[in-house]
Design a protein around this ligand. Structure first.
Ligand code: ZN
Length: 229
């Protein structure tokens, strides 16, 4: 049936999301060369990494890590851009699967009961048609063999833009932004909270504050990428 593949490739040439070069049949979303050059953080092996340090003195976090380093204009930005704005849900699932394999082999991400993606506001979800963090969560779920719960945590309103705000203003902006439904369901659970990019950590901090309404809950964090922290 390879002629079908070739025929489809003729109409829709498959190109690398990162560099725009044509993909070979065995290549999935990005070319081998770009895959080889993805800036992996290695944070999942180091509990005292820049992402976990974002939460120090703010909210308790068991373990936090990001798969990739976010560089403006770089490969990771292009991956995230296609995932968020070009309908490429498959990128989120693939990144989740790949990162899940690494997390499954890390002693710092063991014993997770449930994956919870940072929710979008209802209106944003309608516009985009999907939540990019749900896609990442689905991939992680497959590799970690842990279920996803994406209806327990809800976003009550849209946050205004976070740039050029101090830490206190950022916090005021996201306070009560999320609501945990049925907190008793998460009592004593170890939750993996997942998002696309961690920058200031304010959004994740607000999610964790909401999750902590569940008695005895423990929260770890995994994101696709980390901005320079
Ligand atoms: Zn490429």
């Amino acid at each position: 049936m390879t002629w079908i593949h070739d025929f489809i490739a003729l109409i829709y040439p498959r190109i690398c999301v990162c560099c725009g070069n044509s993909l070979w049949k065995h290549e999935k979303l990005i070319c081998t060369s770009c895959n080889f050059r993805l800036p992996l953080t290695g944070y999942h092996l180091d509990p005292d990494n820049p992402v976990s340090r974002v939460f120090y003195g703010r909210v308790p976090v068991e373990m936090a890590a990001s798969y990739l380093l976010f560089n403006k204009g770089g490969r990771v930005q292009r991956l995230i851009h296609h995932l968020k704005y070009k309908g490429r849900k498959d990128i989120g699932i693939w990144l989740g699967e790949e990162y899940g394999k690494l997390l499954a082999a890390s002693p710092h991400f063991s014993g997770i009961h449930l994956i919870i993606p940072v929710p979008l506001h209802k209106r944003r979800l309608m516009q985009r048609g999907y939540n990019q963090s749900d896609q990442f969560a689905a991939g992680l779920s497959k590799s970690l063999n842990v279920p996803v719960a994406n209806r327990l945590l809800v976003r009550t309103r849209e946050s205004s833009t976070q740039t050029r705000k101090g830490r206190y203003d950022r916090w005021k902006n996201v306070e009560d932004l999320f609501l945990l439904l049925q907190p008793e369901l998460l009592a004593g659970a170890h939750v993996l909270l997942v998002d696309d990019v961690v920058t200031t950590g304010a959004t994740l901090e607000a999610c964790i504050a909401a999750l902590r309404r569940a008695p005895g809950v423990r929260v770890s964090v995994a994101t696709i990428a980390a901005a320079r922290l």
